[in-house]
Design a protein. Sequence first.
Length: 341
Amino acid sequence: MNPLSRLYGRVALLRRAWYERHPDRRRRLSRPVISVGNLTLGGSGKTPIVAALAQLLMEHGERPAILSRGYGRRRTADGVVVVSNGAQVLVEAEQSGDEPQMLARALPGVAVVVAADRFLAGRLAERRFGCTVHLLDDGFQHVQLARQVDLLAVSRADLQDRVVPAGRLREPLDAAAGAHAVLVAGDEEDARAVEAALHPPAVFRVVQSLQDPRLVQPFGDPLQANGTRRVVALAAIARPERFFAALRARGWDVAREMTFRDHHWFTAKDLRRVSAAAEETGASLVLTTEKDAMRLGPLAGRGLASRQAGRKDLPYAYLPMSVTIEPADGFAAWLQERLIA
């Protein structure tokens, strides 16, 4: 193993072990906390899982609040930023970050709160919005906040990865022992492989599916069928190859793949490149991810790039992703038991 990876992994495990030995040093909110996290640097599908959990909790009469650090915000602010009060979205993506913005738009009735100090965010959610349960987004490494349920999203590919800087793992695989359950994206064979390697207390399977495309602007309107299947695929996420593969699996003719770093804030220059790619390849549509749509909205809506290139407006659309956690009844019962324990 790379010496730096060994050192990084050792420090991460020591930090986690210290908090396990000193639970009194963890800050505790009044309402239960469900943490959703992973071991890798991005790209594990945590945000759709958080959305699915919020929906499940609301169906069971809870009032969930989502607590996020708002990673990748373009404009940061001191203290707590209320992205959504449950009734309306209050700030733009530049101030909230793309993932909190996506959750706020997708989950009416759910408060979404952003702060570096997620204990402070949770206290505000309890006082102002009367939440009954917190969802801690990307919380596995945020061990200084106590939680009743620790869910860890793991893929089979993670089992072959290494700790940074040699790989993408933020902690060694041994850290998975701190989770109450592992959520595995993939089929039953993937779930069995993860269970055999990590021996978690519980394993559930995450089934992901892309929905029909919707326009970036006007945001959320269904894309009207026009017969085209030839597209430029645009992604600024951690593992864009999975998105491109999913598009092809759904029958889209991906004429050009265009990638940017994760959480990239798009510019007019970027969209001119996209427009040129569409013209070169004969594509008449740009397909992107829902997370990227949060950062594309104003530019794509004005058709800026296509007009400057002397062409008619080039439509941008995103494909929402939904997840279910299987077996659904078994997971719901397991979660309820953990919350009331």
